[in-house]
Design a protein around this ligand. Structure first.
Ligand code: 13P
Ligand code: SF4
Length: 301
């Protein structure tokens, strides 16, 4: 039996669905029931009726699915697949800033550990951060953990005061303005599509800034035929599926998330067969982390 047939059979047996982020390998995206950005996948995880969610992504995604759907069994094909940025904020600093600013809102990118979420007021993803921050009554915003997304949101919401944290995504941070210049020289008619985890100098060169879904939707709706893509290369699969006639060029450097690429078809089959890679969480932590996530779903609607 092929690995794909094995996955299909195990999915039926377990009453399982497969969720995959755009950054995992093409063949994993191809067998998933739902493929999307972090916001879309969290909405699916919250309302999906299956008994088992197999989350093809990194650990903060599996954790968020478990927080939103505690009655379900959430499994991960590779328990080592983790996002380094999810850990890049300091709880003591959050507590100190809360003492300093009475009206502080701690806005936590969903790319964060469950523990960090328990200290936060609201979660955001790259596709809903602007909308949610604008809706908050608070004047002071402490944006964790990603500095670049925080700075992008601040540039679009000048009426609020931001405090930044120094977390970053190494995949996006390593895309340099010089790479875009060279890609533009090689493809002068291409539009530059940038994920907001990129640095401000790269964002300045963009024709469009948005989440992975935003980039895919923009390219699909655009009259342009060529695009320079400034995010992880996994999005090229969906871009090409939806736009077989258009051309997509990575900005030049290795835009490759090693953690997302740990997820393979074989590991999906093994996880569904063994059912041992389950996401577990202390109920007290889950309840506290659920608040900012639920608030995100409410404000992001
Ligand atoms: P989005 O899915 O919100 O575009 O975020 C990208 C990302 O870095 C996920 O790890
Ligand atoms: Fe984390 Fe960046 Fe990988 Fe996304 S692409 S999981 S933010 S390291």
């Amino acid at each position: 039996m092929s690995t794909i047939d094995k996955i299909k059979e195990l999915k039926r047996e377990r009453n399982a669905v497969i969720l995959a982020h755009y950054y995992v390998e093409d063949e994993v995206q191809a067998i998933a029931d739902y493929v999307g950005d972090s916001f879309y996948l969290s909405k699916i995880a919250a309302k999906e009726q299956a008994d088992v969610i197999c989350f093809c992504g990194v650990s903060f995604m599996g954790e968020s699915a478990k927080i939103l759907s505690p009655q379900k069994t959430v499994i991960m094909p590779d328990m080592q697949a983790d996002c380094p940025m999810a850990h890049m904020a300091d709880i003591e600093k959050i507590q100190k800033l809360r003492e300093e600013y009475e009206d502080l809102a701690v806005v936590c990118y969903i790319n964060s550990t469950a523990e960090l979420k328990t200290y936060s007021d609201v979660c955001v993803t790259s596709s809903n951060a602007l909308k949610i921050v604008r809706k908050l009554p608070n004047q002071h915003i402490y944006f964790i953990p990603d500095e670049n997304l925080g700075r992008y949101v601040a540039s679009q919401v000048p009426e609020k005061e931001f405090i930044f944290n120094d977390g970053f995504c190494h995949v996006h941070k390593d895309i340099a303005a010089e790479h875009i210049k060279q890609a533009r020289q090689a493809h002068p008619h291409a539009q530059v599509l940038v994920h907001p985890e990129c640095t401000p100098d790269v964002a300045e060169m963009a024709d469009y800034i948005g989440s992975t879904s935003g980039i895919i939707d923009y390219a699909t709706a655009s009259e342009a035929q060529e695009f320079i893509i400034c995010t992880e290369v996994g999005v090229l699969y969906e871009l090409q599926q939806k736009n077989p006639g258009k051309r997509f060029y990575p900005a030049g450097h290795q835009q490759f998330c090693p953690n997302m690429k740990l997820v393979t078809l074989e590991k999906v089959a093994d996880a569904l067969e063994q059912m041992t890679n389950t996401v577990e969480m202390d109920e007290q932590v889950r309840l506290l982390a659920n608040k900012p996530l639920e608030r995100m779903l409410e404000l992001g609607r």
